[in-house]
Design a protein around this ligand. Structure first.
Ligand SMILES: [Zn+2]
Length: 305
């Protein structure tokens, strides 16, 4: 039986005054049942799922073994990721130097943590038990299993850097998450947060089939303006915002559009692992990134005193 949905007020400004953006969105990615509404707050512009699946029930919408981040990467994709991570690693060194405590929230199988150099004290938190066990077994990082909203971190720990890549949109409250992130840091500590950008060409092109909408697993989708407001409210300064240049969400959008129409052969063709398709969409995704209109952005924040 499907869980009863819950009505929520806007997480950013607290108002209960919204307009529909997409109604009756179904899950053409993993095929879970239900139809969901996405709304925009008339007070602050936050885009969010309302009504939503209660956080205690949302695990039902991640069918076991089907959610991409927990699956073993094929070697070519992993090699590409390592190539991208070289730049991320240089950025981390520029941010906190070559030592310090780093926490990755949502570390999945620990691939990124394991790519970091030995000078850091590494910590990971991962809600999926299997992925957490794999990450812990690799031995480089202290890995806990749990959800960010419920997990109690050792009180003596303060992190120099906390990384959240595609995590924020899954959390029941971004506001509560920012409150917790503030407590986990200290004056001058950094946050690197990658999440989906609603003000993107991909969203405008694909609408309800936009890959990053991902209802009902994503509770909210931010824009640069709403992200900046969360940061300001919680005493973080924005050091930089960068827009991704990867073609994933162009291809993902076509895949979802095709699956919703049962065009399964086409859907299989439009797959990020199809190198020819990825190459074909690269010019467009590079342009979207350069114009700051791609569907994923990364904020680097510094905690104020
Ligand atoms: Zn609002």
């Amino acid at each position: 039986m499907e869980p009863e949905l819950e009505h929520v007020d806007c997480d950013l400004c607290g108002k209960d005054d919204s307009r529909p953006v997409f109604e009756g969105v179904t899950d053409s990615e993993l095929g879970v049942p239900g139809a969901f509404d996405i709304v925009a707050c008339n007070g602050c512009g936050l885009i969010y799922l309302n009504p939503r699946v209660p956080p205690a029930d949302v695990h039902r919408y991640y069918p076991p073994g089907s959610y991409g981040p927990y699956q073993r990467e094929n070697p070519l994709i992993l090699a590409l990721k390592h190539w991208f991570w070289r730049r991320d690693k240089r950025s981390i060194e520029a941010l906190i130097g070559s030592s310090g405590a780093i926490l990755e929230v949502g570390c999945a199988r620990g691939d990124f943590l394991n790519s970091l150099s030995n000078g850091y004290a590494l910590y990971g938190l991962e809600p999926d038990a299997t992925a957490a066990a794999i990450a812990a077994g690799r031995g480089r990082a202290t890995v806990w299993q749990g959800s960010f909203e419920d997990f109690t971190f050792p009180p003596e720990l303060r992190f120099d850097l906390v990384i959240l890549a595609f995590v924020l949109e899954h959390l029941p409250s971004v506001r509560v998450a920012f409150e917790k992130l503030r407590r986990l840091g200290k004056a001058g500590s950094k946050l690197v947060i990658t999440t989906a950008n609603f003000d993107s060409w991909e969203r405008k092109c694909f609408g309800r089939y936009w890959h990053c909408l991902d209802a009902p697993r994503h509770y909210c989708v931010l824009t640069e303006a709403t992200f900046r407001e969360y940061a300001r409210m919680h005493g973080f300064s924005v050091l930089s915002v960068t827009y991704s240049r990867v073609p994933n969400d162009w291809i993902g959008g076509i895949g979802r559009f095709c699956r919703a129409r049962d065009w399964d052969t086409l859907a299989r063709f439009f797959n990020i692992r199809n190198r020819a398709v990825a190459a074909a969409f690269l010019p467009l995704s590079l342009l979207a990134g350069l114009c700051k209109r791609s569907s994923r952005f990364t904020f680097v924040l510094e905690r104020d005193a």
